[in-house]
Design a protein around this ligand. Structure first.
Ligand SMILES: NC(=O)c1ccc[n+]([C@@H]2O[C@H](COP(=O)([O-])OP(=O)(O)OC[C@H]3O[C@@H](n4cnc5c(N)ncnc54)[C@H](O)[C@@H]3O)[C@@H](O)[C@H]2O)c1
Ligand SMILES: O=P(O)(O)OC[C@@H](O)[C@@H](O)[C@H](O)[C@H](O)CO
Length: 536
């Protein structure tokens, strides 16, 4: 059995494997999408294929939409060539239940995958045509936190961004310039309204997307690449809206054990690839069953009936509260703490880390004791129920093949959101004392110790990719494992940098505490574990 339009003709065989199939014809859907391209998604990776495309499939199955989604990739073209093209953009979704069984479904709601490459007219013209089409209602995004960043750690514009600003839309390379260029095409073709919806784990993700697109557009207006009215179009929320959202579904990298299960069922060519840009991707996606998507209902050109697919459509305020609940308290900070300590303590599975009493206690203290006091109940989801589900069911699920090494990717981009927001809330509240925090600083010190690329036994350890890795490792170059005093006085520039932590940690009363914890973790083999135990 092959995962493709022709392959699905072997319907009985597919059904015999327990796989649910789309209840519509893929080619008919592709035709409808060509005529009415309602939805484009940027970032053709795993969460999109396993969650967002699944929402579109629900609407297609129920007859609530006729068009599917066009996937656009600005960064890693291998995804399109190696995963989308051979499988007619279809995904085999494997949902992992806590009892070890799986649910399987072929998701066929993606009409095509396109490279958002301004230097390749055959691909660019397709996307441009879609943005020029007044029927386009929404473009959504899962391009990782770093996809939105225009500046480096010193707050300077990145080289590619500077070049894009100078050279204009015809040569757009950075994801934000690509979006600005396509929006300029839409503006010039009649300025129809549209919603641009970030679905990444960033605080105020809609605002982040808006600010970055506007910064590019402003530079183009100033440099004569776009008329001044273009800025007015982007700034008018009744024409170009940037709804905020909260998304949640633990979607690990594709696991070998799942590949084997699928091949044993006779499903061919399921092997994962690691692309040259380090995307871990396969024709299948494996993920947990729980999923939450909360979206600000601000769509000036209409939208698919997302609420019929289980999406919470609500106000910006409610999105903000659910996002703070998940990303700054109940899930993602716990994930990052497990990521850095898990790597140093030799773990390759989040579920096994949750069996380690010290690590379980660490995340419980971070979530329940330090995060919860500054969380507001959003009303639509209870923070206490949510964190219980995360700590007691989702993270310990042994059948979710999630690895600390995946979560440790790009940690520098996540720290200000996952921990900095809570520290800021303590600083803003006269009744609370940020300096009294213990477990959040322990997570921050653990991250800095992790950056040394030496595990708790003193052995060399691989560190996951991070855009700031080189700069941070250079700053820590004189710190030596086995020499706790070598850490003294080396962290000041790092700990005082609000780009890294959201705040100056010395102003929060936490700089010296983090330095102390970090130095203790340098003492020698077992010092990371020992420091954890000392504070827990
Ligand atoms: N995987 C999850 O559990 C999960 C859950 C909720 C939210 N998310 C959000 O979705 C994002 C993507 O997760 P994923 O599982 O799809 O990861 P993935 O590695 O499968 O895909 C990442 C996607 O982002 C693109 N990308 C990476 N760096 C980029 C850059 N600098 N500019 C533009 N595009 C870039 C890649 O090309 C790819 O399309 C996460 O960073 C997070 O914000 C993920
Ligand atoms: O996807 P990232 O890289 O922003 O973060 C890694 C994980 O914490 C994240 O993917 C979670 O699995 C997800 O946020 C759960 O909804």
């Amino acid at each position: 059995m092959k995962l493709s339009y022709e392959g699905l003709a072997e319907r009985e065989q597919w059904l015999a494997t327990g796989t649910a199939l789309p209840e519509y014809d893929w080619k008919t859907m592709c035709q409808a999408t060509e005529e009415a391209p309602v939805w484009v998604h940027f970032g053709a990776g795993n969460i999109f294929r396993g969650f967002i495309a699944g929402l579109s499939q629900r609407l297609l199955n129920k007859g609530l939409s006729e068009s599917g989604i066009v996937a656009a990739e600005t960064f890693d073209y291998d995804i399109i060539d190696k995963i989308y093209a051979p499988h007619d953009s279809m995904t085999l979704m494997v949902s992992l239940k806590p009892d070890g069984s799986t649910e399987k479904e072929v998701i066929a709601s993606i009409a095509k995958g396109v490279k958002a490459d301004s230097s390749d007219a055959s691909q660019w013209d397709v996307l441009k045509g879609i943005f020029e089409n007044p029927k386009l209602q929404m473009a959504s995004f899962t391009i990782t936190e770093k996809g939105y960043a225009l500046e480096d750690m010193q707050g300077n514009l990145m080289g590619v961004v500077k070049a894009d600003m100078e050279e204009g839309p015809a040569k757009a390379r950075h994801a934000m310039s690509v979006v600005a260029a396509l929006m300029l095409a839409r503006f010039q073709a009649g300025a129809a309204p549209v919603a641009l919806v970030s679905m990444d784990n960033c605080s105020h993700n809609g605002e982040k997307l808006r600010n970055s697109v506007l910064a590019i557009a402003k530079a183009w207006c100033e440099n004569g690449h776009a008329p001044a009215e273009f800025l007015g179009y982007l700034e008018d929320e009744s024409r170009a809206s940037f709804p905020w959202s909260m998304i949640d579904k633990i979607t690990p990298r594709p696991a070998e054990v799942i590949e084997k299960q699928l091949e044993e069922l006779g499903i061919e060519d399921m092997a994962p690839v690691i692309t040259s840009k380090k995307t871990y991707i396969a024709p299948f996606v494996n993920a947990e069953i729980p999923q939450y998507l909360v979206v600000e209902d601000r769509f000036p050109n209409g939208r698919p009936k997302l609420e019929e697919a289980g999406v919470y459509m609500t106000t910006r305020e409610t999105v903000n509260m659910t996002e703070r609940m998940k990303v700054t308290t109940c899930l993602n900070p716990l994930h990052t703490a497990l990521a850095v300590y898990g790597c140093m303590l030799g773990y390759e599975s989040i579920a096994s880390e949750m069996k380690d009493g010290d690590l379980k206690a660490l995340v419980e203290h971070i979530g329940y004791d330090e995060g919860m006091p500054v969380v507001t109940d959003p009303g639509i989801l209870s923070p206490m129920d949510f964190i219980h589900e995360v700590v007691d069911q989702r993270l310990p699920n042994p059948f979710i093949p999630d690895m600390p090494q995946r979560i440790a990717t790009d940690t520098s981009q996540k720290i200000p959101i996952r921990f900095g927001e809570t520290i800021k809330s303590y600083m803003a509240d006269d009744a609370l004392d940020a300096g009294s925090l213990t477990y959040i600083p322990l997570a921050l010190a653990g991250w800095l110790r992790y950056l040394l690329a030496v595990d708790d036994e003193g052995k060399e350890m691989a560190v996951s990719p991070d855009p700031m890795l080189e700069m941070l490792q250079t700053a820590l170059a004189d710190v030596k494992f086995g020499e706790p005093e070598s850490g003294r006085g080396k962290l000041h520039d790092i700990l005082s940098n609000p780009v890294l932590f959201g705040v100056n940690l010395y102003e929060a009363g936490l700089g010296d505490k983090v330095e102390d914890m970090f130095c203790q973790m340098l003492a020698g083999p077992g010092a990371v574990r020992g420091t954890l135990r000392k504070y827990l």
